[in-house]
Design a protein around this ligand. Structure first.
Ligand code: ATP
Ligand code: MG
Length: 286
């Protein structure tokens, strides 16, 4: 397999990834225009602009408390902006009625930072929730799809009968992922999908995000403070800094960036990121 620009990927992972720079084309999945949001006196977003293009995986990095989770909720229409707008596939979501919002949610899988599993429901009911909400599928069909999704994330069929409290942190993250993909969404929003996980789990979840992008297939937005995840899975990375998307570029462009805000993020993680270069994951996409 030959990568873009005629480069030959050097590692098995790179060869399998099939990832390449996504050329912006067509209507953006999300077009964020002049978006502002504050809680109290502090502006989290101040006239921020960002486009998410069909088929890409965009990672969003930024300091803790900078408003990354708030931004994802604004994208999904779960919070209202103070000013500006979010356009989903060419439509201003502020103009959607309830049915419009519901149709949009039918196309979006959301992995919340807190996992947000319903504790009073089994994993089966959690994973099947969106199917029950948005489709007319029978109990058998929902169980079949939930089984498919739970095994897809390397959990066991028996785990479907468990309650979230009985799952470890890593298992909860996987169950939350299974729940987000059950509906076969066109878009998946991930909020810190690898937070609190050990290195093996981080690598596995990052691989799953990458695999699902092709399998579903979907467009993904991944909010993460883990640089290995950000650089390992994405086509582009956006840095949320001082209420704007200060720098947006390919992983390679960010690696080379001299912007002090970018360097503050990357320099600490340089050793891990060099590993990605050695594996050929980053080089395969230049
Ligand atoms: N519903 C809300 N009401 C009031 N304040 C809020 C609300 N949601 C978020 N905030 C505040 O907005 C700020 C940004 O929160 P947010 O969760 O988006 O940060 P973050 O970048 O995701 O941080 P982290 O990396 O720690 O997850 C925080 O100070 C938070 O307390
Ligand atoms: Mg957050």
């Amino acid at each position: 397999m030959t990568g873009p620009g005629g480069t030959v990927p050097t590692s098995p992972r790179a060869a399998n990834s099939g990832r390449h720079a996504v050329v912006p084309q067509g209507t953006p999945v999300f077009d964020v225009r002049g978006l502002s949001k504050a809680f109290g006196p502090r502006a989290l977003l101040d006239a921020a602009d960002l486009q998410v293009w069909p088929g890409e995986t965009l990672a969003i990095i930024g300091e803790s408390g900078s408003g990354k989770s708030v931004f994802l909720k604004l994208l999904a229409g779960l919070l209202e902006p103070d000013a500006g707008s979010v356009w989903f596939k060419g439509q201003n979501i502020a103009e959607f009625d309830r049915a419009g919002i519901s149709r949009m949610h039918r196309e979006i899988g959301y992995v919340f930072q807190s996992d947000a599993m319903f504790d009073s429901m089994t994993v089966l009911d959690n994973v099947g929730y969106a199917l029950r909400e948005h489709t007319n599928q029978s109990d058998e069909e929902i169980r079949a799809r939930a089984t498919e999704c739970i095994t897809r994330v390397d959990l066991k069929v028996e785990d479907l009968e468990k309650y979230p409290a009985a799952l470890s942190g890593g298992m909860r993250k996987r169950a939350a992922l299974a729940r987000a993909i059950a509906i076969k969404p066109e878009v998946v929003l991930y909020d810190e999908p690898t937070q609190g996980l050990d290195p093996q789990n981080i690598t596995r979840i990052a691989e799953m995000i990458e695999e699902l992008q092709h399998e579903l297939p979907c467009t993904s937005v991944v909010v993460t403070h883990d640089m290995r995840t950000a650089f390992g899975v994405s086509n582009r990375i956006a840095l949320l800094h001082e209420a704007r998307f200060a720098v947006i570029g390919t992983p390679e462009e960010l690696m080379r960036s001299t912007d002090p805000a970018v360097r503050a993020f990357i320099d600490d993680a340089m050793e891990e990121l060099e590993e990605l270069f050695e594996e050929g994951v980053l080089a395969a996409r230049t």
